[in-house]
Ligand binder design. Structure first.
Ligand SMILES: [Zn+2]
Ligand SMILES: [Zn+2]
Length: 384
């Protein structure tokens, strides 16, 4: 299974010692780069996207990462150990789960001083992540989007108990349901007591005689899920939407985790965003600039007409009030700023040349204020 697979660290382009936020950053960058919505029809990008997600799923999870570091792909492959053959609840029936091995190494089970949490206490599910790509307009005005992600949910057939319908898990007789056993050891200094994980139930406190077939006794299933989410108007690139309760299922009646949706906003061909304002460049002709003209300006609300005044200079900026982006908190809207560029005509006809030459002959200092000031400074410079 490991033959054609690239090392997860290599996939994310990080060192083995990388910190969590470093891994997260690398993942965010690559997930965005290869996101199918940004690379429609590109099979290589799609494969990369999957590879990146798989790597992140392991390296972002403390337990999985440690198992990967120790056992390689075998430590995190769902088809190995913890998967088909591994029913963690089937006490002593050949059930085998990597989590147990791992817990016994790192979970403090042997130490005696570290106390394991009550295995039957409600635990909140973990958070999950998903990506969504929206257009500039969708981000500005808000929209609804379908988001697809993997979620661990409570098995509907056994309601999470892991026991086949009509049966229920029993309290482990070995540890009395605590998941822990006390071990008395006689030493030359007296009896030393330590606390270990119950090996009959693997620390879970429960034993299942007939495991549920749907979830193989785990009580949970990992499923692909698609939900519709509301993207609020004003969302910006790289912001994260939190959807409460849509993450992984909790244990023992604990609540679900949350879904974090990472939003990417596709760049717009004309518009740029600065805060809640929209900026764009607008080319006008040099005669429009000189004479003034009504021009058509694109905005998020469609085209609007604007009067460019006589003598408009390249780089001049005009403002369209309230034509920007809806503020994310719902209060007010930004403005649109339009920066004028002036296009100098090329490929002039003979007639156009004559007209312009005649214009130039009739032009004087008062037509070109900036030029006049420039040359008077130049004169000062050389005649001092
Ligand atoms: Zn089940
Ligand atoms: Zn037990």
């Amino acid at each position: 299974m490991a033959d054609n697979k690239r090392d997860y660290y290599e996939v994310l382009g990080v060192q083995k010692s990388a910190a969590d936020d470093e891994i997260k950053k690398a993942y965010r960058k690559l997930a965005k780069q290869y996101h199918p919505d940004l690379n429609p029809g590109d099979k290589t990008a799609e494969a990369k996207f999957k590879e990146v997600n798989e790597a992140y799923e392991v390296l972002s999870d403390k337990d999985k990462r440690a198992r990967y570091d120790q056992f390689g792909f075998a430590g995190v492959d769902p088809n190995f150990g913890g998967g088909a053959g591994g029913n963690p609840y089937a006490g002593g029936a050949g059930g085998f789960d990597f989590t147990d091995i791992f817990d016994s190494f790192f979970g403090g089970g042997f130490g005696g001083s570290a106390r394991r949490a009550n295995p039957n206490a409600p635990r909140r599910g973990t958070d999950v992540e998903a990506n969504v790509v929206v257009s500039f307009e969708e981000a500005a005005k808000g929209c609804k989007k379908n988001v697809t992600y993997h979620q661990i949910e409570t098995c509907p057939d056994c309601s999470g108990s892991g026991a086949q319908k009509g049966t229920s898990p029993k309290s482990c007789p070995n540890c009395g349901g605590s998941g822990q056993v006390r071990i008395n050891q006689r030493t030359p200094f007296g009896v030393v007591q330590s606390v270990g994980t119950c090996d009959r139930c693997g620390g879970r406190g429960k034993i299942i005689d007939t495991p549920c077939k749907t979830c193989d006794g785990k009580g949970k299933l990992r499923r692909q899920k698609t939900i519709e989410i509301t993207i609020p108007a004003g969302i910006d690139d790289d912001q994260i939407l939190n959807v409460g309760g849509k993450g992984n299922a909790g244990s023992n009646g604990g609540p679900n985790g949350d879904l974090h949706v990472y939003v990417s906003v596709r760049p717009h061909a004309i518009f740029k965003r600065r805060g809640n304002d929209v900026w764009c460049e607008m080319p006008i002709t040099f005669t429009q600039a000189a004479l003034g003209a009504d021009v058509t300006v694109p905005t998020l609300d469609g085209k609007v007409s604007y009067h460019v005044h006589e003598g408009t200079q390249p780089g001049d900026v005009f403002k369209l009030k309230g034509k920007g982006i809806q503020s994310l908190n719902g209060r007010g809207r930004g403005d649109q700023y339009v920066q004028v560029t002036v296009e100098v005509p090329k490929n002039l006809s003979k007639k156009q040349r004559e007209i312009l030459a005649e214009f130039e002959q009739n032009a004087d200092e008062k037509n070109y204020q900036k030029r006049k000031s420039f040359f008077s400074k130049l004169k000062d410079l050389f005649e001092d």
